[in-house]
Design a protein around this ligand. Structure first.
Ligand SMILES: [Fe+2]
Length: 115
């Protein structure tokens, strides 16, 4: 259990820990929403509906990026992992070049996971 998880479980997180937890929870919600918009975009048929969903999907990706940037500022360990080591290795070596990773790429598709 991490220090943050322990503090939260004990019910006494610091303000910084609470803010970090909020940012992580919000990031989860944004990623889930992004996937829902992507699924809806695939299922929709009317051009106007598809256009709106594509717009919303693009905006969700912006929100994810904003939250990741904030997470990097609030959590130095996360910053380290995002900018060095495993994350840096994933950026090129483990993507699946056979798969279309254009405007509608997901975390799973970038990692070559079945969709
Ligand atoms: Fe959002």
């Amino acid at each position: 259990m991490t220090a943050l998880a322990g503090a939260l479980e004990a019910g006494q997180p610091s303000r910084a820990e609470n803010d970090l937890a909020i940012v992580r929870q919000t990031l989860v919600r944004e990623l889930l929403t992004l996937n829902q918009y992507e699924e809806s975009l695939d299922a929709a048929s009317a051009p106007a509906v598809k256009a709106l969903l594509a717009h919303l999907l693009f905006e969700e990706k912006e929100h994810v990026a904003e939250l990741v940037e904030l997470l990097k500022k609030l959590d130095p360990d996360q910053l380290h992992h995002l900018e060095t080591g495993h994350a840096a290795g994933i950026s090129g070596a483990q993507t699946n070049p056979q798969r279309d990773v254009g405007a509608r790429a997901t975390v799973g598709s970038l990692l070559g996971l079945p969709q």
